[in-house]
Design a protein around this ligand. Structure first.
Ligand code: GDP
Ligand code: MG
Length: 605
């Protein structure tokens, strides 16, 4: 197929606006899958996606379509993307190989925070935007209002907006035709040397790492040897397939196409998203189509017991291959043993990663509370020397230096966009104030909806901001954020002491204005969580030598068999055994036995 008859595009939208449903219709209309295949959201193939009903991974599919205007067959490569802010990495990775996007907007709910973010992302990469309103079949849909929003926010003329129902299929053929008429063919060079851009990969038990590649120049055939620009390693091309959406083997790919390449890549570490490949011995200039995002949130991950260490390591390695935004460094803790510190783009990203570890690799790790990375300016000469500079980046509260060693503290901030019906503005402003937010702007986007911009500390939004926002706006407000750099701050290290002994894993960094409140919450929670002991336990929350909160746990011996009157010996034995097993999973701190789960539970708000 000649270059002029190829289109590479993506569907971008706020979550739930119907991307995956539209993708299903496009697959059916082009015959890639049969109608009424009985399966909805075909491209959401991961178990976690089906359960949560959201797209996590961008998926790619090649469609063949006969364009009614000229009767010719076109190749359309569709890249479905996730809508949630935590997966923006997947979106920009997908956009890197596209020439245009379908901007899909729900005709009932209108433009949302991610619609705005995705639109600007597409524009910044000079992509053609095809505006489409979806769900016009719904009774209270208001396409005219949403068209006005598109005009006032993005200057999109109403006459250009397509109106469809992805669910019923109404207007979907127009979308296909518009893709061909509005989006330009890929800007590639078929005559040149082979140059491939690796933009996704996943692990196959039998074939090793499989690489999804965009052919930027030249062509590639089975049997050729390709070389990675990042590692310099060479691989024989063993298999090439189009995804339709199942693998369909082909012998050759030409510039402008997207295909899956199997090349005996054994270690998942060798497959680097954003890498450029060329034919062995014929180097080319590296492509820089995609800038990976830095993680925003860090958490410790540990095997439930150390015998599972090796299995967990291999599971993490394989999953990271399929989720290149996650960073991994080794870590250890006295209570939890050897583990890793992982970096994520956000909390949902972290939850989804852990759920995938469990579902796809049957791993059951322990995850510690997430934290952001603080930036410290040191003033202690010894520490400066040790660190190699007076600037220290640190996310692990246990390793935070003494206050006297630090001159200035900085914490990461984000620029948040909130779009909401005006009736919820009051509670939303209160929420932002409570989270130390600072309003930059507030504008009407139509009669009854507002767009607000806030600068907020990342630390205040990673755990539950989005949930709270949804709760106070009956689900109508939407939120998105981008990095806003480091701002000077005033934080303290809050320590938990049990009978005078500090518990390293429970210490955390908090803003000084919130220390007392969090200290109270933590000691009260610990009092609930720690089982009573033979001895009295003093639970204290301290900053430096100052005690901010204290609770006392009364002594008590828990006799699990007390309520069993005589009789059943086996049952009695079983209970005693269970109690002994329960004890094994405890950690002893100053003679206080603390169950493993407590370390995690206490940090949840
Ligand atoms: P995504 O998150 O953007 O991929 O959205 P989905 O494709 O998963 O769709 C979200 C929900 O909207 C699903 O329950 C769909 O059935 C529904 N939906 C999608 N398109 C339409 C439509 O045109 N009309 C109606 N009534 N519902 C739709
Ligand atoms: Mg989806």
């Amino acid at each position: 197929i000649p270059i002029e008859r190829i289109r590479n595009f993506s569907i971008i939208a706020h979550v739930d606006h119907g991307k995956s449903t539209l993708a299903d219709r496009l697959l059916e209309l082009t015959g890639a899958v049969s109608k009424n295949s009985g399966q909805a959201q075909i491209l959401d193939s991961l178990q976690v996606e089906r359960e949560r009903g959201i797209t996590v991974k961008a998926q790619t599919v090649s469609l063949f379509y006969q364009y009614p205007e000229d009767g010719q067959i076109y190749l359309l490569n569709l890249i479905d993307t996730p809508g949630h802010v935590d997966f923006a990495n997947e979106v920009s990775r997908s956009l890197a190989v596209c020439d245009g996007v379908i901007l899909l907007v729900d005709a009932c709910h209108g433009v949302q925070a991610q619609t705005v973010a995705n639109y600007h992302l597409a524009k910044s990469q000079n992509l053609t935007v095809v505006p489409v309103l979806n769900k016009i079949d719904i009774k209270h849909a208001n396409p005219d209002r949403v068209c006005k929003e598109l005009e006032s926010l993005f200057e999109i003329p109403t006459s250009e907006v397509l109106k469809i129902s992805a669910k019923l299929g109404t207007g979907v053929p127009d979308v296909l035709n518009r893709i061909i008429s509005a989006i330009p063919p890929p800007k590639v060079n078929r005559g040149g040397l082979f140059r491939g851009f690796l933009f996704d990969s996943w692990y196959d038990k039998f074939r090793g790492a499989l690489n999804l590649m965009y052919i930027n120049d030249g062509s590639i055939e089975i049997g050729q040897d390709i070389q990675s620009m990042n590692t310099g390693k060479t691989y024989p091309v063993k298999s090439i397939s189009l995804l339709r959406p199942g693998e369909e083997p082909v012998d050759k790919l030409n510039a402008g196409q997207v295909g899956l390449i199997g090349c005996n890549m054994r270690s998942s570490k060798e497959s680097i998203i954003g890498d450029t490949f060329h034919v062995k011995g014929k180097p080319v200039e590296a492509l820089s189509r995609f800038k990976p995002q830095q993680p925003m949130v860090y958490a410790g991950i540990y095997p439930a017991d150390q015998s599972k260490h090796v299995a967990l390591r291999s599971a993490i390695e394989k999953l990271v291959l399929n989720d290149s935004a996650v960073t991994v460094t080794p870590d250890s803790s006295p209570a939890l043993g050897q583990g890793w510190r992982l970096g994520f783009l956000g909390l949902l990203h972290m939850e989804v990663f852990c759920q995938r570890l469990e579902q796809e690799f049957s791993a059951e790790p322990i995850i510690t509370a997430p934290s952001v990375t603080y930036k410290l300016k040191l003033c202690n000469q010894k520490l400066i020397k040790q660190n190699g500079s007076d600037t220290l980046y640190i996310s692990n509260a246990a390793l935070f230096p003494e206050k006297s060693a630090v001159e200035e503290y900085y914490e990461p901030f984000v620029l948040g966009t909130i779009i909401t019906p005006s009736e919820y503005v009051g509670p939303i402003i209160s929420l932002c104030v409570d989270r130390r937010g600072q309003q930059l702007k507030s504008v009407n986007i139509d009669q009854d909806r507002l767009l607000m911009k806030y600068i907020l500390p990342l630390n205040e939004i990673i755990l539950d901001f989005n949930d709270k926002l949804k709760a106070i706006s009956s689900g109508y407000a939407s939120f998105n954020y981008e990095d806003h750099g480091y701002h000077e701050t005033n934080v303290v290290r809050l320590e938990i002491h049990l009978n005078g002994r500090p518990v390293e894993e429970m210490c955390r960094i908090v803003h000084s204005s919130k220390a007392v409140q969090i200290a109270r919450e933590m000691v009260l929670r610990l009092k609930e969580l720690i089982p009573r002991q033979m001895i009295q336990v003093a639970i204290q929350a301290c900053v430096g030598s100052k005690v901010l909160a204290r609770e006392t746990l009364k002594p008590y011996r828990k006799d699990v068999t007390a309520k069993l009157y005589g009789g059943d010996v086996t049952r009695r034995m079983k209970l005693l055994r269970q109690q002994a097993e329960g004890k094994k999973k405890m950690r002893s701190i100053a003679n206080v036995r603390v169950p493993h789960e407590t370390f995690i539970d206490v940090l949840k708000r």
